[in-house]
Design a protein around this ligand. Structure first.
Ligand SMILES: *Cc1c(COP(=O)(O)O)cnc(C)c1O
Length: 432
């Protein structure tokens, strides 16, 4: 079973006819179609491997865009999806409800930081973040505070690709430049650290809080904005100071949630309960798109009124899709029946051992590890992310370096031999 993927040979004639059809008609994500190589046609994915149409297998180093925490197509998840598809594949949520959503909401509130008792389902992470921002703004409007409409966001943050989400992403990234004047203006500040301390952060909040509804943060790990970490103490202090200022705290756990940082949620490590929390990505174990925005009773109660207009004005058509909810329930059961969090802690040790030696390699600026996240940061102009992706695939690894970051975010079920293989591939990528 453990054949070395790099030893496999490509069979070019095996490219399916639909690969050419797709090349003519598909518009791919973040893809410069004039320059980029064609995407790799996939015919299957199982455990930690992606099966390509040409017969090769790639070891998935990024867990299906950070979703497949149990590996691809875990039999328990496949079974849950098949059963639910046969029973009730979908029913609209406006005025109706169903068992998988009810049980999933109960389960999420039970495992989430204490006090997040309400769950609003959405169909993608970006929509969950949009929902969180609307919740925060409308919460204050419902209280008669109509000037608190801005969101405070941290530099190097990433919260999704829709308009509201883009507005709280890092202000210097490409999306802001392209869409400047179109995305809403927000406050962008630095995460407090040694140079820019908590008292400055506190002072700044005193000035901007009267026109802001909330502060949004990716707890412990800023993901797509650069894989930058901060400590649980920093997170706890941000939470404490935020509470002093009529502001809600939105924790975007879409990347960190469900064990990725070594605890079920990153907020747990700081012992905090945010007012609002977004989850997505690994919620269904990589099976289907589903996300959720959780809120405390304080936030939910802010919408209770005799006035219908004070209701939360949000309702994605496919929200709480029963098949996706069933997959999420099965995924959370796997966290109970299998030692997932322990596996993350073991992976953390392996990543440290395997990636640390790369610190001494030319052009490597930093190596850092948190839970099942291993990051190799390079000097700014040392990387051609496209070229690295292609070379990694040639060697049998599926990686997606971006900017000057190469990272691993493997499925939690990945055996040590595969992690060692991926670390070896990264080492080879750096040799040039
Ligand atoms: C991926 C991500 C999102 C967006 O989720 P989508 O499902 O892609 O819309 C939002 N926030 C964070 C932190 C993410 O990593």
């Amino acid at each position: 079973m453990k054949t070395n993927p790099s030893a496999q040979r490509r069979n070019a004639s095996a490219q399916p006819s639909w690969a050419a059809t797709g090349a003519r008609h598909l518009w791919l994500p973040y893809n410069q179609h004039k320059l980029a190589p064609a995407p790799l046609p996939v015919v299957g994915a199982k455990d930690c491997r992606i099966h390509l149409a040409d017969g090769r297998e790639l070891v998935d180093g990024i867990a299906n865009w950070w979703t497949a925490c149990h590996g691809h197509a875990h039999p328990k998840l496949v079974e849950a999806v098949q059963k639910q598809a046969a029973a009730l594949p979908h029913v609209m949520f406006g005025g109706l409800m169903h068992e998988p959503a009810a049980l999933l909401a109960e389960k999420l509130t039970a495992i989430a930081p204490e006090g997040l008792n309400r769950v609003f389902f959405a169909d993608s992470g970006s929509v969950a973040v949009e929902t969180a921002m609307k919740m925060a703004v409308q919460y204050w409007v419902n209280k008669g505070k109509v000037n608190k409409k801005k969101i405070i966001a941290f530099r190097h943050g990433y919260h999704g690709d829709t308009m509201g989400c883009m507005s709280v992403c890092d202000p210097d990234d490409g999306m802001h430049t392209t869409f400047s004047g179109y995305v809403p203006m927000q406050f962008h500040i630095d995460i407090p650290s040694d140079e820019y301390g908590f008292s400055e952060f506190d002072d700044l909040l005193s000035h901007i809080a009267p026109s802001a509804a909330a502060i949004i943060i990716e707890p412990l790990v800023q993901g797509a904005g650069g894989m930058i970490f901060h400590s649980a103490d920093t997170l706890a202090e941000i939470h404490r100071i935020t509470q002093k200022h009529e502001l809600l705290l939105i924790a975007d756990e879409i990347a960190t949630g469900f064990g990725r940082t070594g605890s079920m949620f990153a907020c747990n490590e700081a012992g905090i309960t945010p007012d609002i929390m977004c989850v997505g990505k690994a919620l269904t174990g990589g099976m289907l798109t589903l996300a959720a925005t959780l809120a405390t009773d304080k936030v939910f109660d802010g919408f209770l009124s005799e006035l219908p207009g004070r209701a939360l004005m949000q309702g994605p058509t496919y929200m709480a899709n029963p098949i996706a909810c069933a997959a999420a329930l099965a995924s959370l059961e796997l966290f109970e029946s299998e030692p997932r969090i322990q596996q993350v802690q073991t992976i953390e040790q392996h990543l440290w051992q395997l990636l640390s030696p790369l610190r001494n390699v030319e052009n490597v600026k930093d190596v850092r590890v948190k839970g099942a996240i291993g990051v190799v940061e390079l000097d700014a102009c040392a990387v051609d992310a496209w070229d690295m992706r292609i070379r990694a695939a040639e060697m049998g690894a599926w990686l997606r370096p971006f900017g000057h970051i190469i990272y691993l975010m493997p499925p939690f079920t990945m055996p040590e031999s595969d992690i060692a293989f991926l670390a070896d591939v990264i080492g080879k990528l750096l040799q040039r």
